[in-house]
Design a protein around this ligand. Structure first.
Ligand SMILES: *Cc1c(COP(=O)(O)O)cnc(C)c1O
Length: 471
């Protein structure tokens, strides 16, 4: 043991080693940082030797030095790698809240990069050479696309809801149907956000039925808002009655000083109904009916960045823009760039819209998925004899609390490994592959849904990862 300890190299010797110089270049680490990491690796080796737990190569040999630097490189790589990392989503769930919801369009990505790299006219009017408004960049696009008189953007839809209630209904009553008092993602409840905002919740009707007369009866001089909440993450079946937007607009118009507000949740700008997918109204329709103000998410069906979009009558939006809270929930320039890029795709029309990954993935045809799945299985079985693979008809979900009752028909690859369980294979794909691959398990079969896997690069990575899994 003493022999080994004595043979441990000195730090300055290692610093002069060519591997050290190479690592300095490769990792772009500062000299003292790398030295610090190196010292830790060496100390660890010394400690293991002292505890008689060393099972590496023999100190004093070339092998020992090589191994030391390899350990150092791994350590540095772990230490300086991001914790927010890319993953491959093979679950088929398009807006997976845990996996970052929407992927951005190339147009949006390029605009974010450009905006991040440079100064911009975020709050600067180039023509006049004076201060401008950050709302201006997306407002015209939102007006164009939705037909609203005015619009603004905040951090997410939760803060949009909060801002609307706080600014327009503090200490006043907001009428909401009991069937629409939704909870989204565990922590966001309409009733709690209402309480936080200082608005007074006036619940009406029952879980399954609310009638127009329930609204009429609830109106009082303290009513500020009639609110409709899109029940985006559940569906009540059977004996139900909700009052439609047009009826509520009519009722509100008859009341002096009462606002009709609809929280759309997802807020589709693309009409998925024309492809037979779901019943989500497009925002323009809701605005056209005369709704005073609507709010919706940027990263659900819209397919953009996390953001909350507020659109509606100019007088209302102006009031919201001026409110102190607007500053608290304001979006940064990267979000605005991503949103402007995405909205520009919408403005350009159908073919550009289909480049938005969320829309593309939702509309991909079953034939396309089928062909991809067949080809994938053929390639896999050529290169690996460890799997039994079948192609089954299943369904993908939209996710993100959106279109809960829509199951998109999907062709899915079902894998059974001959010696490993589905759970074991799924763990390997998650933890032993970079980027990590997330899959679904159903009845001890591993399901791969290629709908959310990019054709170009991700499919190949997925294939390689599976081939590597032996036994
Ligand atoms: C998702 C959702 C929200 C919250 O939106 P975020 O953008 O996630 O903050 C609010 N209201 C409804 C109805 C929703 O579906």
């Amino acid at each position: 043991m003493k022999e080994w300890l004595r043979s441990l190299p000195a730090i300055h010797e290692l610093q002069n080693h060519e591997s050290f110089t190479q690592l300095l270049q490769k990792t772009e680490l500062d000299y003292t940082q790398l030295t610090k990491q190196l010292k830790e690796v060496l100390d660890q080796a010394r400690e293991s030797i002292l505890k008689q737990q060393w099972n590496g190569s023999v100190p004093g040999t070339h092998q020992f030095i090589d191994d030391l630097f390899r350990t150092l490189e791994n350590k540095v790589q772990n230490q300086y790698s991001f914790t927010l990392e890319k993953i491959i989503n093979a679950t088929g769930t398009i807006l997976h809240t845990n996996l970052g919801r929407a992927r951005l369009s190339e147009n949006a990505i390029a605009h974010v990069v450009e905006t991040a790299r440079n100064y911009s006219n975020l709050e600067y009017n180039i023509k006049e050479g004076e201060r401008g408004s950050r709302h201006s960049h997306v407002e015209a696009l939102i007006r164009d696309i939705t037909g609203a008189e005015a619009a603004m953007v905040v951090n997410n839809n939760a803060s949009a809801v909060y801002l609307v209630l706080r600014a327009l209904a503090k200490d006043k009553e907001v009428i909401v149907s009991r069937g629409q008092l939704v909870e989204i993602g565990g922590s966001f409840r309409i009733s709690s956000i209402m309480e936080e905002s200082g608005a007074i919740l006036k619940e009406i009707g029952t879980t399954n039925k609310t009638h127009l007369y329930d609204y009429e009866k609830a109106l009082s001089p303290t009513t500020a808002i009639i609110m409709k909440v899109h029940t985006s993450n559940f569906k009540v079946m059977g004996f139900t009655k909700t009052v439609e937007t047009d009826e509520l607009v009519k009722l509100t118009n008859e009341q002096e000083g009462v606002i009709f507000y609809e929280d759309l949740g997802s807020g589709a700008l693309y009409d998925f109904r024309k492809h037979g997918i779901g019943e989500e109204p497009v925002v323009r329709e809701v605005i056209d009916m005369g709704t005073d103000v609507v709010t919706f998410s940027g990263d659900k069906l819209l397919g953009g960045p996390q953001a909350g979009i507020i659109a509606g009558k100019k007088a209302i939006i102006d009031q919201l823009k001026k409110h102190q809270l607007a500053r608290v929930v304001r979006v940064d320039k990267m979000t605005l760039a991503a949103l402007e890029g995405t909205l520009m795709d919408y403005a350009r029309g159908d073919s550009a819209m289909r480049n938005i990954p969320t829309i593309r993935d939702l509309l991909v045809s079953i034939q396309q998925l089928d062909e991809r799945a067949q080809l994938f299985v053929t390639k896999l079985l050529q290169k690996s004899s460890h799997f039994q693979a079948t192609i089954i008809q299943d369904s993908s979900q939209v996710g993100g609390g959106t279109m809960p009752d829509v199951f998109l028909p999907s062709t899915v690859i079902a894998l059974k490994h001959y010696t490993l369980t589905a759970e074991q294979v799924s763990r390997k794909l998650r933890t032993e592959t970079k980027p990590a691959i997330v899959t679904r398990i159903q009845k001890d079969e591993l399901l791969l849904d290629l709908r959310t896997v990019s054709l170009e690069e991700e499919e190949d990575i997925l294939l390689e990862a599976l081939i590597k899994i032996q036994g």
